[in-house]
Design a protein around this ligand. Sequence first.
Ligand code: BTN
Length: 265
Amino acid sequence: MNSIFNEDSIRKYLSVNDKRSIYVFESIDSTNSFAKQLASEGTPDKTLVVADTQTNGRGRLGRSFCSPSGGNIYMSVILRNLSIEDGQLITSCMAAATASAIDELCDTETKIKWVNDIFLNGRKICGILTEGSVDVKRGVLEYVVVGIGINLKSIKNTFTPELLDIATSIEDETGKLPDRCVLIARILRNIDLYIKNISNGNFIQEYRERSFIVGKRIAVLKHDEERMAYAVGIDDGAGLIVRYDDGTTDILNSGEARILKYGEK
Ligand code: BTN
């Protein structure tokens, strides 16, 4: 581990008024799974779960998330009191909040690949998995769990060659290893700020400016089928506006878009 990692080492960077519950694990299967369990038992808004390593880190679309120990961030935050409408913006809003925290602390210029992968110098440094539960009777979100995984430490000796092709880390790109407790606190502060303003959509302009996909040729994955398209823009609901090669257009609110490699049609 690159520094002491416990509740106190995180809390010392939070405001004294921040009384959220914090759970820190040396190892856990998945901070999101644990946070979902806590949330379903009624744990309060803003509760934080972090771990030094995950044995079953989970990514979007059922993928796994490689989670080596010793200095990276694997964190999940429980959010309550969000409307269904806010819920549709939460994924992109959290990406903007996290990207801006990384840039503030690491002096980087991160980009966001729709929906919420954070890229640095063309490769992924952070993935976000948002999971929630809807209270059908009341028509509101019971809770949302925002799970954030960031590669801080060099991944050169831990990731497979396939992953090294698409992923990188803050240390590999900047030569510096930020203190993860400081970064966790900065992300929490940004999450609070961005959530407060989520309904007015203020973050959308920042989300657009950070886009790593707009203007590029992409393959849209839908129902196990890839369709070639051009990424035209981001709409006011953070949806991706695409133009397919047959000339039809669409706005994507979920799913997956892959940026085509040089030479791919
Ligand atoms: C993705 O890239 O597809 C999303 C990855 C999300 C990973 C984070 S790490 C903390 C939290 N716990 C998990 O099991 N997943 C998320």
